[in-house]
Write a new protein. Structure first.
Length: 354
């Protein structure tokens, strides 16, 4: 029900994916009448691998966390995440309010033992025509070295599973490649990652700069959520700027239009390579369940990619692999703070067991 378009995009995307992947079963969660109306348009009201679960409420894009957590307990977002918790679904995909999705998912699913904070891991295209996985993209604006260290571990497991790369390379985003550069958090994080590299646990490349993201220098780029979100939004803005300028210039004169006609094959190939829809679907890593966030403005093609990423993560048992790796690498520490229904934080390490 979420995003800019709701069922008019999500339902056709789900039907298309179900038709292309015979082993997938999809549960469409939301207002039953709206979903069935879209299914009827597609002549799929009796699809054998698509079921509809009714939810009477929808989390709006501008709803506060308090509303999403406490007041809308029958929202499509919450019902979908509860299906994952109950084992009735292996993954949840949503195009809705990002902050609400993270809060609801964290409250219901809780974090994997040993993980202090979940992180948003997304994909950015690079010049090698391969994906660069980047995290965190906005879940945690302030991080300590142990948080960034955990992000690196989770990212490494995800990429190894999704891309079939046994030892993916990890870069730590910094203002320079030299070890002496960066703030105290980055320097201390680098020390943790180097120690794991020396033990053969992680494949730590070292510090990387912003340009290395698009050069594909490393498979994974780790940073805090503040830097990651700013980088992502700046990249998206630059992409739109280049696209708009290029389109305007190619139409600016008859000669340019002729050149565009002659180069249309190359232009289409470029458009495919940098099409953000191909990279849609960011994973909320660190939870005891798979949750994927689609861009709110995604079209049918883009939303189908988000479903595919969730399906592949479940199919490759990413959750169990992350849990096993974290358990083997990190001592069990105090449980992190979790959210209550009111959106407040509680320290679970201080709660008494009945």
């Amino acid at each position: 029900m979420g995003g800019d378009h709701g069922p008019s995009v999500t339902v056709p995307a789900a039907v298309s994916f179900a038709n292309s992947e015979p082993n997938a079963e999809l549960v469409l969660v939301g207002k039953e009448d709206a979903i069935n109306a879209e299914l009827k348009k597609l002549h799929c009201t009796s699809h054998p691998r698509i079921t509809v679960v009714h939810a009477s409420e929808v989390v709006a894009m501008d709803d506060t966390l308090e509303i999403a957590l406490r007041r809308k307990k029958d929202s499509s977002m919450r019902v979908a995440v509860n299906l994952v918790k109950a084992g009735q679904a292996q993954a949840c995909v949503s195009a809705g309010n990002t902050a609400a999705l993270m809060a609801v998912s964290r409250y219901i699913l809780k974090t994997i033992p040993g993980i202090h904070r979940p992180a948003i891991c997304g994909i950015i295209p690079n010049q090698k025509n391969a994906p660069t996985y980047m995290l965190d993209l906005g879940a945690n604006v302030d991080c300590e070295p142990q948080h960034l260290h955990q992000f690196a571990v989770m990212g490494s497991v995800l990429v190894a599973a999704m891309e079939n790369i046994p030892r993916p390379t990890i870069g730590l985003l910094n203002v320079g490649e030299e070890d002496i550069k960066g703030n105290d958090v980055v320097k201390r994080t680098a020390a943790l990652l180097r120690a794991d590299h020396d033990k053969g646990v992680l494949n730590f490349y070292g510090n990387v700069e912003g340009n290395n993201i698009f050069e594909g220098t490393t498979d994974i780029v780790v940073c805090d959520g503040f830097v990651g979100n700013v980088t992502l939004k700046a990249s998206e803005g630059l992409g739109r700027f280049v696209k708009n300028v290029l389109a305007a210039e190619l139409k600016s004169s008859p000669l340019n239009m002729l050149g565009a006609l002659l180069a249309r094959g190359a232009l289409k190939a470029i458009s495919r390579r940098i099409n953000p829809s191909r990279y849609n679907g960011a994973s909320l890593l660190g939870l005891r369940g798979l949750v994927f966030k689609s861009h709110g403005s995604a079209d049918k093609y883009g939303y189908e990619w988000a479903i595919k990423r969730a399906y592949d993560a479940a199919n490759n048992d990413v959750l169990s692999r992350i849990s096993a790796t974290i358990a083997s690498l990190m001592p069990q520490q105090e449980m992190p703070a979790e959210m209550t229904d009111s959106g407040q934080m509680i320290d679970l390490s201080e709660q008494k067991t009945a």
